[in-house]
Design a binder for this molecule. Structure first.
Ligand code: MG
Length: 382
């Protein structure tokens, strides 16, 4: 019997699968995309899909380079209400799409045994169940908070008690490239008032020079752990200071906390931790070495942990940046709902892809445009 791809997807989306079958499915190579299963038990339904997000430009940072990303999407349904979530697996943290799908399914029973309104109980259970692939936790947490917002009939920013007019404008990221392409990217980024430029290479001067040859906008710089000694980082930051750079993100490898403290005493530029901080538990040891932290939902494991991180960072007088991976409008909108509570936003992941399957919080000249739909306020084809 021959079935069309559409029929196959529709069929595969309806079958109820047992764990052994799932395990074999998850180990399929990513070329078998898209992957889709529905687990239906009682009145809770969790659907998981991998989607390929194509990048407008090849995305290069000091660690690696890619033309597309495979993100994992979650649809959580109960009582006729649907919540959407997303995971953006990141190789830096040992994550991939197949393992992420597996972790989501391993945590699935929590949603069958816990009242959704006891979402803090669900967070604790998730923290005890998913010990790697924090992005899998993020997908489930985002989907649940979307569901909660919809159940209460309010946008998430209202649930948090936040004033959207306080949200900082988002920066727009410029990945590592040839000077000609960098100039082109900066021109394409014309609507965005602040740029974030990736460095951490042997040709940082050339990269910044290319940016500065076409714009005098404020720039923020991310070395992604690319400089390997405190002396090299000191020299680079002193030079960047002459180039109108506002702050530097993760100049040294994440484990070089003492060296970063040494650096901080010698430079007149805020130093922000990114790779050095994933969850709230990482924050206290960074106070003194860093001026601020970059919170990302994929590292924290979702919105509830990000909320906790914001509270702790504020208590320690650390600046707070809200960042992202390459993500669709689901995860970007989720983070944007927290943006009114932070100092800096770098939520441009959905602007770097050409086939965003969803729309939600939008951006105009760097400013977030929130809608008043409940939950994440996201729509699209799952
Ligand atoms: Mg970073």
């Amino acid at each position: 019997m021959k079935i069309t791809r559409k029929e196959f997807l529709s069929f595969s989306g309806k079958i109820i699968l047992g764990a052994p079958i799932l395990n074999s499915l998850f180990l399929k190579p990513s070329s078998a995309l898209p992957l889709s299963e529905t687990l239906n038990s009682g009145d809770v339904m969790i659907e998981v899909k991998i989607k390929r997000l194509n990048l407008v430009h090849t995305w290069t940072i000091s660690r690696n380079s890619s033309d597309f990303k495979e993100n994992v999407f979650v649809k959580l349904e109960k009582d006729g209400i649907v919540g959407y979530g997303e995971a953006a697996p990141n190789v830096r943290y040992g994550e991939n799409a197949q393992l992420t799908v597996q972790r989501i399914h391993e945590a699935e029973s929590i949603y069958h045994s816990t009242d959704f309104f006891h979402y803090m109980d669900i967070k604790e259970k998730l923290d005890n169940t998913i010990l790697d692939q924090s992005c899998a936790k993020a997908a489930l947490d985002i989907a649940l908070m979307d569901w909660i917002g919809k159940a209460f009939g309010v946008p998430l920013y209202k649930l948090w008690g936040l004033n959207t007019s306080h949200a900082p404008v988002t920066s727009f990221s410029i990945g590592i490239d040839t000077p000609e392409v960098i100039k082109q990217k900066v021109k394409e980024a014309e609507p965005y008032p602040i740029l974030k430029v990736k460095v951490g290479t042997k040709r940082d001067e050339e990269i910044i020079g290319a940016v500065r040859s076409v714009t005098d906008k404020p720039i923020r710089v991310d070395a992604n752990e690319g400089w390997k000694s405190k002396e090299e980082a000191l020299e680079k930051i002193q030079w960047l200071k002459t180039q109108g750079v506002e702050f530097i993100e993760q100049p040294l490898p994440s484990d070089m906390i003492e060296e970063t403290a040494w650096l901080r005493e010698r430079v007149d530029m805020p130093i922000i931790a990114d790779e050095a901080v994933k969850t709230a538990a990482d924050i206290p040891k960074l106070a003194g070495a860093y001026d601020g932290i970059n919170i990302k939902l994929m590292k924290s494991g979702g919105l509830l942990e990000a909320w906790r991180m914001i509270q702790i960072a504020k208590a320690l007088n650390l600046k707070i940046m809200l960042g992202c991976m390459i993500e669709s409008s689901i995860a970007i909108s989720a983070a944007a709902h927290l943006a009114p509570y932070v100092d800096w936003a770098d939520l441009d992941g959905n602007l770097l892809i050409s086939n965003d399957p969803f729309s939600g919080v939008k951006v105009n000249k760097g400013k977030f445009i929130y809608n008043d739909k409940p939950g994440l306020g996201v729509e699209g084809e799952f």
